[in-house]
Design a protein around this ligand. Structure first.
Ligand code: IPE
Ligand code: IPE
Ligand code: MG
Length: 294
């Protein structure tokens, strides 16, 4: 039987879900599932039991998300820092992850799992990838931009989260999706993760809806600024080219416009070539990591 799909919402939950769905809904929600050990302590059960219930809560939360029409979920399951916990706890978490995630990932495709992850590691890796592109002659230094960095992150195939939820009352991001959440609604809730309820999720979505127009405005103005900066970089590139050709930088405006279009098209081409090379590099890396037997 399916782990995620089994069990429907109660009538009252369905009723409230329909009311919430009348407002703007987050398409992508990220969770920092925190508080498993405190929950275990509170309920006088083994720590591993707290973690196990945490994984089960994820399956239940995904079902609520599905019912609410949330199309993508990203969870922080284990940070690089968590390797510093006792060997026994790390082994227990690895066992649970193996069991539970293989089942979860078999069943649906809207879950991204951040495991052995930190955001600063992800960002510095993206910067290294761009430096590699320049070194290989695939990119010009002027191609490096925030938009390109976006495309070098592990999350490049997903839109940024609209809503980020952290449970257990801790008011920090603990190095999770730092780049991707600059225009997300951040909701910190005091409930411990294994006790998370449908009502907690509704409350977080309501907070997103209350802040929706401010979030949209901030996002739009950021995108506008990004476009303006790109235009400025392209103009500077054209000026440099004209100077190299020994031409006046403000002389023939038609020539300048044609050059600008050509430079923009060439930049796009370089970036596509670089992203393809990056994709091959990553596929090679994973094939070496987990060779598929013939
Ligand atoms: C989150 O709960 C799960 C992981 C980090 C793997 P914790 O294990 O951090 O539990 P608390 O926050 O100490 O209660
Ligand atoms: C963050 O929780 C990581 C996960 C939920 C997987 P932690 O409990 O490890 O974070 P800190 O140490 O309290 O910041
Ligand atoms: Mg914690």
């Amino acid at each position: 039987m399916s782990w995620i799909r089994e069990g429907e919402l109660t009538i009252i939950e369905r009723f409230c879900a329909n009311i919430i769905k009348a407002g703007p809904m987050p398409r992508h929600v990220a969770f920092i599932m925190d508080g498993n050990r405190r929950y275990a302590q509170k309920c006088h059960v083994e720590r591993q039991q707290g973690h196990s219930q945490g994984f089960d809560k994820l399956a239940q939360t995904l079902r609520w998300c599905l019912n609410l029409g949330i199309r993508e979920v990203t969870v922080y399951a284990f940070s690089i820092e968590n390797f510093k916990r006792s060997q026994e706890e790390v082994n227990g978490l690895m066992d649970l992850a193996r069991q539970k995630f293989s089942r979860l990932l078999e069943e649906q495709c809207f879950l991204n799992v951040c495991f052995a992850y930190t955001s600063r590691h992800e960002i510095s890796n993206a910067v290294r990838e761009m430096a590699w592109g320049v070194e290989q002659g695939l990119l010009e230094p002027s191609d490096v931009s925030e938009a390109l960095l976006d495309q070098c992150l592990y999350t490049s195939n997903s839109p940024d989260p609209d809503l980020l939820i952290r449970t257990s009352g801790e008011v920090r991001l603990s190095d999770f999706l730092l780049w991707q959440t600059s225009h997300s609604c951040l909701v910190f809730q005091s409930v411990l993760w294994p006790e998370y309820s449908f009502w907690n999720l509704c409350e977080a979505i309501l907070r997103f809806q209350m802040n929706y127009s401010a979030l949209q405005k901030a996002r739009d103005s950021y995108m506008e600024e990004r476009r303006r900066q790109q235009m400025e970089r392209d103009q500077a590139y054209v000026t440099q080219k004209l100077q190299q050709e020994g031409l006046a930088t403000h002389g023939d405006s038609r020539h300048r416009r044609t050059l600008l279009q050509k430079c923009t098209a060439m930049r796009e081409q370089r970036i596509q070539g670089f992203l393809q090379a990056l994709e091959h590099k990553r596929v090679d890396f994973f094939e070496r990591l987990c060779p598929v037997s013939a």
